[in-house]
Design a protein around this ligand. Structure first.
Ligand code: GRG
Length: 296
């Protein structure tokens, strides 16, 4: 299957849900502008798409879980805004545009991130299709899954270790901790949302959890390689910045060739874990390959 039209169609669904959601103005309007500036700056929407695709693999109609899937993009966007702040990576460019704090100032960028993170949990409790009611218990499970993956036990923990490890000596174990928490945790949670909301069998949730963990880690390994091999124009963010900041990355410890091989192995294992599924999981298989081959 050609994954491009699939990704495009799902991206449009997510964008139109988000546009509609933020039609209601947040006051003061500068906060609304700062939030929507980064939210609509042109991200790949890969986390919400993974949630929709895994729900579809479990037999559901993706449209029914647009609020829960789109909420992942709010959390992801918040993390990018805060990651770019002068106190963290101090970056000027993100998604091909000046970073949030460069346009709105540091205080408003921090608040825009805070508001996006908080709003995500309200969005998760929204219903898209009034004829179709998700179980309250599965919504609670999604909130638990997403909050654990984003907080100290997940993404924020990984970010803290990432900052602590700048300029430190190469250490594979710490690198694994950073990547599993900073990036893979939220990607894995995105994939898990599908089976949780579909109320599928335990074995299906387990298979998708393995898939999510592998592609989550592969995603960050590819990101590390792109930082070395990509251009600022392709990436929409400053290329080579990991190297400049002496970050712990796969290429820095193992070299680019081994890092590429690691990403390929992870994607192979991810696709293998989808054996319980037939063609309904083809989008998930193709997304794994797309993440491996991406140039941005
Ligand atoms: C709590 C103060 C505070 C900050 C949190 C947790 C955090 C800041 C930042 C970590 C998030 C981070 C930068 C993870 C790296 C993951 C990564 C590869 C991001 C790029 O994701 P893509 O390629 O981006 O999906 P697009 O632009 O396509 O959405």
């Amino acid at each position: 299957m050609d994954i491009k039209p699939y990704l495009q169609e799902k991206r449009e669904l997510i964008d139109s849900y988000l546009k509609n959601y933020f039609n209601k103005l947040i006051q003061p309007t500068i906060l609304h502008e700062a939030m929507t500036y980064s939210l609509f700056a042109g991200g790949k929407r890969i986390r919400p798409i993974l949630a929709l695709a895994s729900y579809e693999a479990c037999g559901g109609d993706p449209v029914d879980i647009l609020p829960q899937a789109s909420a992942l993009e709010l959390i992801h966007t918040y993390s990018l805004i805060h990651d770019d702040l002068p106190a963290m990576d101090n970056d000027d460019l993100r998604r091909g545009k000046p970073t949030n704090h460069r346009v709105f100032g540091e205080a408003m960028a921090i608040l825009a991130g805070d508001a996006l993170l908080t709003e995500a949990f309200s969005m998760i409790t929204s219903m898209q299709n009034t004829n179709f009611k998700l179980q309250n218990s599965s919504i609670v499970e999604v909130i638990r899954e997403v909050s654990i993956a984003s907080g100290g036990y997940g993404m924020v923990g990984g970010q803290a270790q990432d900052i602590l490890s700048e300029n430190s000596k190469p250490d594979g174990e710490t690198l694994e901790f950073i990547h599993l928490h900073k990036t893979a945790a939220l990607i894995k949670a995105s994939v898990k949302i599908g089976p949780i909301l579909a109320g599928g069998k335990r074995s299906i949730l387990e298979a998708l959890t393995i898939y999510g963990g592998h592609i989550g880690l592969a995603f960050q390994v590819v990101d590390d390689v792109l930082d070395v091999e990509g251009t600022t124009e392709e990436l929409g963010k400053t290329a080579g910045s990991d190297l400049k900041k002496k970050k712990l990355t796969y290429p820095a410890i193992y070299g680019t060739e081994k890092a590429r091989q690691k990403a390929e192995d992870l994607v192979t294992m991810a696709i293998d874990s989808l054996k319980p599924f037939s063609s309904e999981a083809d989008p998930l298989r193709e997304i794994a390959l797309y993440l491996l081959r991406r140039r941005a």
